[in-house]
Design a protein around this ligand. Sequence first.
Ligand code: ADP
Length: 368
Amino acid sequence: MSARHSYAPVIEMLVNGLHGAAIVLDREGRVIAFNGEAASIAPALRHGEPALISLRMPELVEAIRRAGKRREPQRVEFFERVPTDRWFEAFVTPVRLPAGDGADDLVLLTFNDLTPLRRVEEMRADFIANASHELRTPLAALLGFIETLQGPARNDTGAREKFLAIMQQQATRMARLIDDLLSLSRIELNAHLQPSTRVELAPIVRQVVDGLMTLARDRDVEVAVTAPQEALVVLGDRDELIRAIENLVENALKYGAAGRRVDVTLARGQTRSGAPEARISVRDFGPGIAPEHLPRLTERFYRVDVSDSRAQGGTGLGLALVKHVLNRHGGRLTIESTLGQGAAFTMHLPLSSTGDPASAENIDKSAP
Ligand code: ADP
């Protein structure tokens, strides 16, 4: 029995204790040890068999050859399509044992899963491309009108008035977009900080609806608010909650105006695990949303109808903002819709444990 077989069990134990996939080969490239994560990357791995057969990734096989020849560590990246798209980096490290003639030398393969990192990079690149595109459209319009006003329409008072109005609209859109982008990044930065201020929901729901009465009248929509007698209190960031409710009511007024009615309901409910929660639901009776769009609505810049959203002054960031606000508050957003019958967006927020009716009375009493 060769020396390397005697320490194989120890190597196996060490490899099993490592985080991330790891494989140990002998000098001839036969598999001595591997852990479960390695088996999930290369299911064909077998003890005692040549690794070059079970490792199908050509980049990796090449790196093992290089490491063996040069006796130097190698790093390679490779991509796996099956069972799902995954990116890895692998380190191939020759391990020279101090005693002996080199016959017992080993090669250690360790792997890092780069997939989450790649996904974040892709998302960031997409996000920048989308944001730039959104800004470029109104900017191009502004530049066009400035040119026209400097040139052909220089002395045309009527055209000037008309163009300035459009320019103001476009500039407002850009300002709104930047505002939404900044809000999103602020909320994301604070994502790990649980808000700790006690916020009673009924007053802010009413405040939001009051603030949108002009828009409701413009759109000829009746808004009805229903709230329970008891005070529903959450631990929250007041401004963020207002912003989220505002987005939902505004969307209902913008996209669901055809239904002429919007119901805003605040109610006590229960999470699936039975914990008490507050539900703020905004229901419209407009055209509704086709089911295939529902799962994607909270993605940044996702719109069902881009030109409709733009015409309404939308940025495509509203529901992304709502989702992030709710995440930060330990809550969630649910969306129900039937085409032709309207849509209901519901914010679920965990109730503050001190927000039970008894302590809510305390708030009411201490209120001025
Ligand atoms: P936007 O700034 O475009 O309004 P949002 O993220 O708030 O962005 O909404 C994303 C898309 O979801 C909208 O462009 C619209 O297509 C759709 N949507 C949102 N609310 C409603 C609603 N109440 N009825 C129908 N469609 C809606």
